[in-house]
Design a protein around this ligand. Structure first.
Ligand code: SF4
Length: 94
């Protein structure tokens, strides 16, 4: 997990097209709020479940951490989980 922070993912543009959510209308319903607001806890849980088994889950999470994505679910991790990963990494590398 630690190398997620060390090696920037420069291939995400190509890799994301292999993701389970790519061009997937079901995923669009799950990942994007119809009102354009934050994901509800229920919606976030559904998105996290959707990511399980995605062939680019690790790369997706890596991209979100690299670019400090402030919203949504990436690589099966929501905002709070990504924040926790960043904190843990900072603590361990201090
Ligand atoms: S891990 Fe989830 S958000 Fe990332 S590409 Fe796969 S399905 Fe999409």
């Amino acid at each position: 997990m630690d190398n997620l922070f060390v090696t920037p993912n420069s291939n995400w543009k190509e890799e994301r097209e292999r993701g389970n959510c790519w061009d997937n209308p079901v995923a669009r319903e799950i990942f994007f709020s119809p009102t354009g607001t934050h994901m509800s806890p229920k919606q976030e849980h559904a998105a996290i479940q959707f990511c399980q088994g995605c062939p680019v889950q690790v790369q997706c999470l890596q991209y979100a951490l690299d670019t400090n994505q402030p919203e949504g679910v990436w690589g099966g991790k929501g905002v709070a989980a990504r924040r926790w990963l960043r904190k843990r990494y900072r603590r361990e590398s201090a």
